[in-house]
Design a protein. Sequence first.
Length: 399
Amino acid sequence: MSEFVPVDKATWRVQGDPLVAPTGDGPLAGMRLAVTDLYAVAGQQIGAGSGRRLAEVPAETGTAAVVTRLLGQGARVVGLTQTDDLGYGHSGVNQQFGTPPNPRAEDRLPGGATSGAASAVAQGVADIGLGVDTTGSVRIPASYQGLYGFAPSRGAVSTEGLFPLSPTFDTPAWVCGDVATLVAVSGAMLPLTAETPFRSALTSDGINAVAEAGVLGAMRRALTSWEKSSLPRLTWTDTDIGRLPDWYEAVVDVQGYEAWQLHGDWVSAAMTSLGDEPRRNFVDASRIWESTYGRKMTMLAEASKTITAYVGDRLLLLPATSSVAPERTSYPSGDRFRNTMRTTGMLTCLASISGLPNATVPLRTDDGMPAGLCLVGPFGRDRDVLAVVGSLDEAGLID
C-alpha cells in the first residue's frame, strides 16, 4: 500500500495506490472506490470533514461493513474524500479544506454531503463514490454533477462502521458515472431477490411543481420519450399526496434533534471550527425540544404510510432536485441558496421518510446544465428499480 497526501485537498483527505487493496475477486474487480470520510477504514481516522476532529480521534481498528463488502467484490479504495463538516450540509462546501470541483458545471456547487466522492467520479479518477443518503446527500450531488446514484431500501445495506448523523434516515448509497457500473455495484451490494417488471409508473404535477422551469423542461422531455417507449406505462396525475412543506420541516427537525443528541457536546466546543452551513444547522438543531422530536416522529410515521401507499407497486418519477446546482457565489448567504435547499428537500423527503429505494439518472436542461430524474420504487424492489434504469439507458432516454 502506498499512501500519499492528495494534491486536490478539496476532494481528497488522503489517497493511496491503492489506499486499501481488494480482499476478493468479483464483478467490481479493477474498479476504483472513493469512500466519503464518514466510514471506518482500518488504519485511518474518520475525519468527517473536520480538521479539529482529525486532531482528536484515533485511527479505526476495523472497516465499515459496506466498504468490506465492496473490497470483497474486487474494488480497491483509492482514497477518502471530503464532505461537509460532520456530513451535515447539502452544498458540498468545506470551508477548511475547500469546495470539491463540479466538473460538469464549473461555476456551480458540487452538492453534499457526498461532494468529494461524487466529484472524484465526475473527474474520472474514481469509478464508484460511496456516500450516505441521509436526506438526499447522494441524490443532490448526483443531480448537480450529472451522475447516476442509488440509495437502497433502508436497512438493506448495513450502517455498521458509518459515522452517524441521523440514524432514522442514514442510508449507505453510491454514485457512478455510467449505468453498467451502477448496476454492477448495486448488484454486488443488494440481497438476491426475484426481479418483477413494473407494469406502471406515475408522476405528479403537484409534486413536480416544486421544481424550477429548467428542471421541469428536462424531465418532461424525458417522460415524453418514456411514453413512446416500451418502459412501464406512465400515468400523469395532479394529485398532491400530502403536505410536502410540513413533511420537509419534520425531516429537518428529526434529523437535527438526532444530530444534536449524537454530537452536541463535541460541537458545542468546536462550533467556531465548522463551516457556515453545518454551523447554522447545528445551531438550529440545538433548539429542538424532545417534545417536538416526538411529535414530528409521529407525523413522519403517518407520512411514511401515505407515501408507501401512494407508490404502491409502481414507480414514482420526480425531479431529483428542484434546481440545477446553485452558483458558488450564492453560498453561504442569501435567500436563494436557502430557498433552493428547502424546495429540493421537499422532493428528497419523500424517499427519506419512507425508506424506499431510489435511483438518480442524469438529464440535461435546455442550456446544457446537469439535472436529475429520480425513480422511487416500492420497498424491497431495489433490483427492479435498477432494471428500469438499465432500460432507460438502452432506450436512449438518458442524456
